[in-house]
Design a protein around this ligand. Sequence first.
Ligand code: ATP
Length: 603
Amino acid sequence: MPMPFSTLAETLEALEPISGRTQMISMLAEMLRQAEPDDIAELLYLSQGRLLPDFIQKEFGMNERLIYRSVTQAYGATYDDVLARSKQLGDAGLVAQEYAAKWEADNPMAPANIEPITLQDVYSQLMKITETIGSGSQEGKVTQLAVLFRRLSPLEAKHVARIVVGRLRVGVGDPTLLDALSLAKAGDKSLRVALQRAYNLSSDLGLVAHTLYTMGPEGLDDIHVKVGNPVRMALAERADSADEIVARLGECAIEPKYDGFRIQVHKDGEKVSMFSRGLEDMSGMFPDLVEAIHRQISSAQVILEGEALAYDPSTGAIQPFQVTSQRRRVHNIAEMSETLPISLMAFDLLFIDGRDLTRSPYIERREELYKAIAPREGLGGLHPSPALITEDPEQIVLFYEDSLVEGYEGIVAKRLSGVYDAGKRGYNWIKMKRSYNMQMSDTVDCVIVGYSYGKGRRASWGIGTMLVSVYDKANDTFPTVTKVASGLSEEAFQELGRRLLADKIDHKDPRVVSVLTPDFWVVPRYVLELQADELTRSQMHPAGKTADGAGYALRFPRIVKERPERGPEDATSVDEIIELYNMQGKGDTRGKRKIVQDVSEDE
Ligand code: ATP
């Protein structure tokens, strides 16, 4: 039986007050159990407030005011009335629900009272709204949403309004949905690994779920990388000495660690797409690279990865990340190609002409990468990243120091036999970065989970304190790790404060774990890169909490920058925090060089 849309609306409603993840998973599983194969993909997308996988951008193009106009049209209210009510209720969903309820009470023959609308019907109407573009499209969108509203119950109208405005109040993360899928189909977590693998390769929960529902668990093994679908990116572990790298990898390849913008390039004949580390579609952002890809790569189908670096055309100097990322914000991209040209330092090849290379060893992928790219002199265009193959810690330290002199961040060591571990952070890649000070050798990415208004002067400037979390992968939760209130300009703070206010929820998000209670909680969404003086054990923050009740906390944190390309699950993990804690105080890598030299001299 086709699923009625009310099943989703009721589940979203029931999830809203829930603050425990286990309960969330079982409620989602209950909903997923009721879905037919034909509905499952759409159900998953909609439960995350979208129509397609994240990497395909589909904008509704409707702000709250347009939604209020739809409410006006649908329910015969006046716009001023609706707007005034919205100021009191503060949420498009509640406004739509209220007017729908009034209208339904006055119209017992309202369609929503007679015939329940199906999930597919809502889905296709919403899709039409995204496809209404061009002149007069705003009017068209308003009317289409009004027509849809008239077919919905008040509860359904509430959640549809929230989906359209992009603010579902329930943050259902990918790992939570994967757990729920396994529970729905197997009754336990036994399918989780296979589901995760398929998801890491396809980045498409809808496709994964549809495959599971139509072909069973065996079908998941047939999901492979596909040109055009971003592959969830492999990530590196850390080391703080060359000795440790060699101890872990033996003979390995050492590459510079570029501080640019990671992109995954998909070439499919004439079409070139590019994805950021958060799998955001960046196609169109780097037209000079697209041209270089066509010029330097003759294979019809390729997926490769590299770091995009901007450089100053007058001096040839590599620009730091902040400058590279300016390209994202600037409108005149053509002009940027002149003033801030880009090179792509390619470091991995995942797919070429029908062959999935993700299971091939690094050394083979590397060889294919060199073959695939026609050489080009000078800056700009594509360049395979150089790699030194060695098992000598001394050579590694020299390469590392040269990299720093070149203006790079450090090195990435790669296991020669290592496969491309999609979506995982593992020891197939090990990064060693410059130590910022003797204590913490790396910055930490944290997601904002709560906000407290500032005190005194800070309050009058609109600058508050953010409660932030890291990510606990094993439990798919966000335990807090510190509070942060410095590092951004006054304007940037105020602007972020406004965005947080729009994300305010009246209870803790179910995935957040916290001892402290901020002035208000927010849906975990915005990621900040923090630098801190050190990591300490703390009773106030539950990140990495051990039996003695103490977790880990960042001391004296400050914001380095916001990381718009990262989602909440891309935040630094609890495991990494523990690892960083254990690395503390071991001294910086230059100290290690001395030790390496001393040892060889002794010999
Ligand atoms: P960081 O903030 O240190 O860049 P991260 O969380 O973005 O870390 P990691 O997996 O820890 O990602 O480090 C690998 C990152 O380093 C990649 O995401 C990529 O952007 C960058 N990088 C730069 N040069 C290389 C290289 N030669 N090989 C692999 N990754 C590289």
